[in-house]
Design a protein around this ligand. Structure first.
Ligand SMILES: [Fe+2]
Length: 304
C-alpha cells in the first residue's frame, strides 16, 4: 500500500481506500486495519470513553451484556474478525465490511443471512457529534452488541424475510407502474418500521425506560435526550402508526416508540410480514424517507 494512503487514515469522506473500492463497484470489502491512523484510534477512544457512563445509565441489559461478551477494546478500533469470533457462536451473526451505502434489498437480505453490513471508516476527531452517515462507531459500538441477543437477532432475520416476501409479491406483478408504486410504499414502510425500532427504539423495563435503538446507543447527546427530555413523545409501538409516520434524520427525534420485550418486537415484525401479504403496506403515507432508484432496483433485481 503506498505510504500516502496510510497517512490519510480511514476517516469518513477522506479515505482513498474507500473511494477506490466504490469506484471499482466493490460493496463488500476487507477491513484494511493497518490503514487506521493514530488519530482514528484516538477518535474511537474518545467516543467510547464518553459513551460508557451513558450506556451504563440508559442502555438496555442485552446491550450491556453484548458489550461485555464482545470484549470491545475501549482504546483501539476493533478488528471485525475479532468481533466476529465472539459474536458468531452466540447468534450466528457476523459483521461484514462495506464500502458505503447498501441498497435496501441487499441490506435486508444480508440480515436474513445473519450478516450485518458494517461501515469501517470513522468520523473526524474534530466533529464527534456530527454524523451525516454511519461510521464504525455507530455500526460496531451501536449495533453489533445488540446482535449478541438471540431474540433481537431473530428479529433482524425476520426483517430480512419481510424483504424476501416483498420481492415475491412484486415479482408476480405485471403492471410495471403499479409495481413501482407498491414497491416504493413497501420500502418506505419497512424503512420506517426499522428506524423506529432497530435504530431508535426504547424498551419499557422494571428499571424504567431503556434504550435499544442503535442510533441512540451511538449518540452521546441523543441517548440522554431520548430518556430524559420532556420534548420527546413516547408511545407504545403500534405497527400501523410507525409505518405511516415520516421521520427526519437531521435532528433529535421528537417521537419515539416503546416495546416491552424483544419477543414482542419479533411478533410485530411477523405482523409486518402479514400486512405485506395482505396488501396493507401498498399505500402508506407519503413523506420521508425518500426511496431512491437504487433501493427500488435492488428489490426488482432480486425479484427477477
Ligand atoms: Fe444504523
Amino acid at each position: 500500500m503506498p505510504s500516502s494512503l496510510v497517512e490519510t487514515g480511514l476517516t469518513t469522506g477522506e479515505a482513498a481506500f474507500i473511494e477506490q473500492a466504490r469506484a471499482g463497484g466493490e460493496l463488500f470489502i476487507q477491513q484494511p486495519y493497518e490503514l487506521y491512523s493514530e488519530e482514528n484510534h484516538t477518535t474511537w477512544r474518545r467516543l467510547h470513553s464518553r459513551m460508557r457512563p451513558r450506556w451504563d445509565r440508559y442502555a438496555n441489559e442485552a446491550f450491556l451484556r453484548g458489550i461485555h461478551s464482545l470484549g470491545l477494546d475501549p482504546q483501539r478500533i476493533p478488528q471485525l474478525a475479532d468481533v466476529n469470533r465472539f459474536l458468531m457462536p452466540l447468534t450466528g451473526f457476523q459483521a461484514k465490511a462495506v464500502s458505503g451505502y447498501v441498497p435496501a434489498y441487499v441490506f435486508f437480505d444480508c440480515l436474513r443471512q445473519r450478516r450485518f453490513p458494517t461501515t469501517i471508516t470513522i468520523r473526524r476527531g474534530d466533529s464527534l457529534d456530527y454524523l451525516p452517515e454511519p461510521d464504525i462507531f455507530h455500526d460496531i459500538a451501536g449495533h453489533v452488541p445488540m446482535h449478541t441477543d438471540p431474540a433481537f437477532a431473530e428479529t433482524l432475520v425476520r426483517f430480512g424475510e419481510c424483504a424476501r416476501t416483498a420481492c415475491d409479491l412484486v415479482g408476480a406483478m405485471r403492471d410495471s407502474e403499479e409495481r413501482l408504486h407498491r414497491l416504493s410504499s413497501i420500502i418506505r414502510a419497512m424503512a420506517r418500521f426499522f428506524w423506529f425500532t432497530v435504530e431508535f427504539g426504547l424498551m419499557r423495563t422494571p428499571k424504567g425506560l431503556k434504550v435499544y435503538g442503535s442510533g441512540l446507543l451511538s449518540s452521546f447527546g441523543e441517548i440522554e435526550h431520548s430518556i430524559e427530555s420532556n420534548e420527546v413523545q413516547r408511545f407504545p409501538l403500534q405497527l400501523e402508526w410507525a409505518v405511516n409516520q415520516p421521520f427526519e434524520i437531521n435532528h433529535f427525534q421528537p417521537l419515539l416508540f416503546t416495546v416491552a420485550s424483544f419477543d414482542q418486537l419479533f411478533e410485530l415484525v411477523g405482523e409486518l410480514d402479514r400486512c405485506l401479504r395482505e396488501g396493507r403496506l401498498n399505500n402508506v403515507a407519503p413523506g420521508e424517507p425518500r426511496v431512491d432508484e437504487h433501493d427500488l432496483d435492488s428489490f426488482l433485481h432480486a425479484a427477477g
